[in-house]
Design a protein. Sequence first.
Length: 402
Amino acid sequence: MKPKTVKIQDVTLRDGNQALKRPWTLDEKIEVFDLLVGLNVDGIEVGFPSSNETEMKATKVLANRAPRSMPIAALTRANPIEIQKTWEALQYAPNPRMHIVFPVSDFSIRNVLKISEEEVVTKIVNAIEFARQIVGKGVEIQFSGEHFGDARENFDFAMYAFLRAIDAGANIINLPNTVERYRPFLFVGMVKKAKQIIGDRAVLSVHTHNDLGMATATSVESYYVGAEQIEVALNGLGERAGNTNLYETAIALHQNGEIVNLDFKQIYPTAKRISELTGIPIGEKAPIIGNDIFSHRSGIHQDGVSKTISQKKGAYRSFSPEFVGRNDEETISFTNQSGHKAIQFLLEKQGLNVEKNIIELVFQRAKQVSSDENNREITELELVCMVKQELVGAEQNKLLSN
């Protein structure tokens, strides 16, 4: 099957920012916006302008700053006054996108909205018709059915609401897994059915949260059943456990042969800067950007790594560090879990080619030291010292035997 281009819509400046303990200043938002432009994402949601004056000002500034071809979205509730305020800020973008959200799940309708399904549809239709009236024909309108992931019980109603939204003027239908409660298979199945019903009448988008740690998998698989746009966030920022991680999603799709417009070399420097701007550290085991993800300590792994370290495809490496803009490399370290290959590799790295019997002696000694000292890592310099000691010992034994 011929690969398609996946649209990456970033929501860091809205969903990510609203979840921060200290939301960004205008200058910080501008910096994040410029980082997203540098990454070459397909679109950016810049804020929630009707919520406060700070967001209103930031949306105006970022809309004016946007590249001509990039869709710039802003979120609003299905309220004419808020839609009007949103447009006052968003209209300065060369390619604006009005994003309207309203719940569609049975649980939310009964327990939060406390209105009838008929009233839900009326509010959605009136909001989109009003938005279409003020933005004109050429501007995209995205409608998000909040809590779509919870709409398993009233799926038929949710689809009816989406079709009415399209008739009212929506170009994009966004399917949020607002709270991740179920396994990806169930949500992806809902996306597949939605695509079958909506067809080509609107672009289908997904927006998933990471409450159970499966947002990236859910989003990626949703693409393969018909979603054309995936909403993501830098460093996986967002409410609670965050949104779909931009880096993981983009690389997963790329490695499965899809066309992703991202500048992959900007991933790592962007991730590091976002960590600095938020004060949220990057976990050392975090996929793509963690400090430890190119380290190998198991003897079995080290054997495969040492044999494939210079190849494009590594035995225990999904992608190369430089592909995502990292300046580090695959590393082999020695602990009491390591094998002979680690000794040989690390010594050769230090410019030492040592006979097998010496490697065996150093291996046994290093293992013992590591085990005796709380299983600590043995450094390259320690290994070099051990080699020298073994060589001196071997030379002395040779002299004695003569």
